[in-house]
Ligand binder design. Structure first.
Ligand code: ATP
Length: 225
C-alpha cells in the first residue's frame, strides 16, 4: 500500500439481515490529509459505506460479506466499533443526535470517553475556537439548541475524540444555505489547520465539491464516477 493512503476500501459488499444486499463491490481510497467526498442521492448506500468503515453495521444486522477495509495497512472490517474508534476513526452520524438532557459542554466532554481521565481543557478550547456559536450556549441543555448549533455540537464532540479520520454524514441536511456555507468553511479549516483527514458524505454535491480534494459518486450501491 502507498505510504500516503490512510484508508482503502477494497471491493466490499454489504448485506443487511443476511438477504438485503446494499453495497456491491465498492472500492475507494482516502489519502492522508485529504477531504474526500462521497456523493449520491437518497438510498444510494453512502451511510452504509460509512458504517462499514466505522464498524456500525453490526447493531443494524449488517455485515461486510466480501472484500476488505484497510486502515493504515491493517484490516479493520472484522473489528469492533470500540476498536475502530480507538484507532481514531470517528463518525458523526446523520441526524445530529446529542444527549438532550446534558448541556452543550457536557455533550462535548462525552467525546473524550475513549480516553477518560486525560485532560481535555485544550480540546474544549479548540472546539470553541472553531465553533464559536457554541461558546454562548455551553451551559444550555442540548435539547434547546437550533439545528445549526446541534450540527456544530456533534462535530465538536467528534473533535474532542482526536479523530485521525473524521466521517461526516450529511452535515448540510436541513440547514439554511448560510449555515451550510459556515459549516463547510469550518470543515475546510479543521482539515487545513489540524491536518485531519475527512470523509464527507453529502447529497449537496455543489457545496461538497467546493471543499473536497477528491470525490466519488455512488448509485445503487456502486461507485459510478
Ligand atoms: P440517505 O441519504 O437516505 O442516508 P444513503 O445513500 O446514505 O441514503 P443508505 O442509508 O446507506 O443510503 O441506504 C442504502 C439502502 O440500504 C437503502 O435502500 C436502505 O433502505 C437500505 N438500508 C439501510 N439500512 C438498512 C437496514 N438496517 N436494513 C435493511 N436495509 C437497510
Amino acid at each position: 500500500m502507498e505510504d500516503n493512503i490512510l484508508l482503502q476500501v477494497n471491493n466490499i459488499s454489504v448485506v443487511y439481515s443476511d438477504v438485503i444486499q446494499v453495497l456491491k463491490g465498492v472500492s475507494l481510497v482516502i489519502r492522508k490529509g485529504q477531504i474526500v467526498s462521497l456523493l449520491g442521492s437518497n438510498g444510494a448506500g453512502k451511510t452504509t459505506t460509512l458504517k462499514a468503515i466505522s464498524g456500525l453495521l453490526k447493531p443494524e444486522n449488517g455485515k461486510v460479506t466480501e472484500g476488505s477495509i484497510e486502515y493504515g495497512g491493517k484490516g479493520i472490517h472484522n473489528s469492533s466499533p470500540e476498536t475502530i474508534t480507538r484507532l481514531g476513526i470517528i463518525q458523526v452520524l446523520e441526524g445530529r443526535q446529542p444527549f438532550k438532557y446534558l448541556t452543550v459542554e457536557e455533550n462535548l466532554r462525552v467525546g473524550t470517553a475513549t480516553r477518560w481521565g486525560k485532560p481535555y481543557k485544550k480540546d474544549l478550547e479548540l472546539v470553541y475556537h472553531y465553533f464559536q456559536p457554541l461558546v454562548a450556549r455551553k451551559n444550555r441543555l442540548a435539547g434547546y439548541c437550533s439545528g445549526g448549533e446541534l450540527q456544530m455540537l456533534v462535530m465538536g464532540r467528534a473533535l474532542m475524540a482526536h479523530p485521525k479520520l473524521l466521517l461526516l454524514d450529511e452535515p448540510s441536511l436541513g440547514l439554511a444555505p448560510f449555515l451550510v456555507r459556515e459549516i463547510f468553511q469550518i470543515v475546510k479549516r479543521i482539515n487545513e489547520e489540524q491536518g485531519t483527514t475527512i470523509m464527507l458524505v453529502e447529497q449537496n454535491a455543489n457545496m461538497a465539491l467546493l471543499i473536497a480534494h477528491y470525490g466519488y459518486v455512488m448509485e445503487n450501491g456502486k461507485i459510478v464516477m
